[in-house]
Write a protein that binds this ligand. Structure first.
Ligand SMILES: [Zn+2]
Ligand SMILES: [Zn+2]
Length: 53
């Protein structure tokens, strides 16, 4: 698996959040109830301009 299993990120989506949502490896190092710092950061900043639906 890895990058090949992820659908291409649409232009209106945040690439990082897209990857984290589709690639299990992105959160591989986190425990089941641990928050991903990258995802938390994007939640707080609206992905620096990207808006997720
Ligand atoms: Zn994440
Ligand atoms: Zn994001």
């Amino acid at each position: 698996m890895g990058l090949f299993g992820i659908p291409p990120c649409p232009p209106n989506q945040c690439p990082q959040c897209w990857q984290h949502a589709h690639d299990p490896a992105a959160h591989k190092g986190l425990g089941m109830f641990e928050d991903c710092p990258a995802c938390l950061n994007h939640l707080a900043t609206n992905c620096n301009g990207f808006y997720r639906k």
